[in-house]
Design a protein around this ligand. Sequence first.
Ligand code: ADP
Ligand code: ADP
Ligand code: MG
Length: 676
Amino acid sequence: MFQKILIANRGEIACRVIATARRLGIATVAVYSDADRNARHVRLADEAVWIGPPPARESYLDIERILEAARRTGAQAIHPGYGFLSENEAFAQACLDAGIVFIGPPVEAIRKMGSKAEAKRLMEAAGVPLTPGYHGEEQGPAYLFEQAMRIGFPVLIKASAGGGGKGMRRVDRPEDFAEALESCRREARSSFGDDRVLIEKYILRPRHIEMQVFGDAHGQVIHLYERDCSVQRRHQKVLEEAPAPGMTPERRAAMGEAAVAAAKAVGYVGAGTIEFIVEPSGAFYFMEMNTRLQVEHPVTEMITGLDLVEWQLRVAAGEPLPLAQDQIPLEGHAIEARIYAEDPVKGFLPSVGRLVHLQPPPESVWVRVDTGVEQGDEITPHYDPMIAKLIVWGENRAQALTRMRQALAQYRIVGVANNVEFLGKLVDSPAFRQADLDTGLIERESAFLFGGAEEPPPAAWFAVSCAERLAEARRMQESARRAPDPTSPWHAVDGWRVNAPALRRWQWRAGETTRRVQARCLGEKLQLQLFDEKGESVASATAWGAMLGEDSLRLELDGRRTTVTAVTAGSRRHVFLDGRAWVFDLCGQEGTEGAGTGVDAAGLTAPMPGRVIAVKVEPGAKVARGQTLVVLEAMKMEHAIVAPADGIVKAVRFAVGEQVPDGAELVDFEPVKEEA
Ligand code: ADP
Ligand code: ADP
Ligand code: MG
């Protein structure tokens, strides 16, 4: 086995490879561009080497610089991850020439499978079923049109060198063919530097089912079952699962056999994936082979309990495959969701920015989060906008679905547009729940998935207001700490029990909706009221709350307890409540802690039930901020009620010796306006 490997990649896959290497006692070398100097993969690796400026062409795709980094650090092998140089035969060859092991298939296998057209010709010879189509050398437009007519519309024109869903055009009518061909060629030329195309029959309502294969240098090739990756947007995978719903042992055996035959036909070694397109009838056709580790490999790991990166390392080191075909476990069901910095309602447009707040769900034996970023990191425009992969396992599909739904509900991201809510709806969509899968699912369910923006429920308006109130309370406590009387009850860090005005109002806007929330302090509780634009009360609730951490609070609304996260960004509040995310803008407020901001009834209230044991001021007295006004005795302790600001005592509501209930107004107090 290797002592040290270099990972020629970044992001979550680099972190993923480092994790296995570390477990196996293999030292790791990361490479990074200027944009990734402090990236998670760099922080995790034992060593890291700078390889250039942010553009991939000048760093992660620069073969010479990567080989130089390997030589400098004495890495014996290079893991290419996926994307970047992973399917680049020149890179695999260069590694070979440099005496460094390429953790991937032989150069020849990459070359043969690199062109979709050549791969199809080879597969045809190997007896692997193919999508009806044309994949010959002749590329004249008239000839291609003839082929399309022979195949029958609709057809799909594909860039032979294509990948990542790029360079594909569906053509429904003969009269649109010439133009689609021209535009497909243009995209192929600019994206892949090769404008050759192939034509396939466009399969209607197909599923994408792929087989994970593995070969070793001793001539064995096996498969590790299938993954269903039918849920796609723009021909790119969004949700993946294993096993494929509805798969029968017979069909699995047939697809497995075809996949193994395909891999053997190119002398395959290492991890690879044979992608099939599957007709509603169950007929399946070879689409392409990905000669690398696949983004969605974790679902296979979850149902087999195997570590595919470990297998890659063992095979690359010359070891035989650890298990035989009939020894591969298959247990339960796994689903992966790709968490992207992109805006689903804006056509999945990528989003860049700093991850101001990032809290993935807690990991467990059945929830796995593969990520390359942490809170505070940045999603840059230079690379793939994937934030993480969320993978869950269940004893069956229904349980996996429930766990996925729950984990998505716990995912909190602020700072970039993201698809977490969209994924939640996708997982909840009737079609996905019922495993009514095909590659058009997202389009078909668009009414459900992209339905009009919802208005936040009353609980969300209350939650943002309570969060605001608690954050304010905390600020006041911090300043109270600097106040003269350290025994003041306002030093206690809980609830609303701080020296703040009894009545607060906020005006919030969420999307097109504006609402006002009023909060009246009743001791430990807040009496909340929600008003619509016309000033009519539309909901009310009693709340109790306490801060749990920097951005999160425990909230009890009418006796129902929840945890709320509210992240502040300027006047914007991102509220995560009951598995939903809401965005509010603070438009106005009344009754803030500062003096003279329009307080309606600023009163100082009893923080707990107790007895008045001293009254230190007369009505009409001018007092200074922090001055003791009344002393309460509660729970065998004395609590001083102090002036929250410089001001005037207008009335004292209780006399010495009287019992006061929780929340009772003790002093009618008016802060003086500060001179500007
Ligand atoms: P898979 O077939 O494994 O689902 P795709 O075929 O969609 O993956 O593409 C491979 C992956 O490689 C993409 O998901 C993407 O994250 C990554 N990738 C492709 N091109 C780039 C690139 N230029 N930079 C970074 N990552 C890339
Ligand atoms: P890429 O290299 O970009 O991954 P693929 O050939 O694997 O390209 O195709 C990507 C996706 O496009 C498939 O998963 C499927 O959704 C769709 N697709 C590919 N071929 C066909 C076809 N013949 N008919 C219908 N859909 C297809
Ligand atoms: Mg593909």
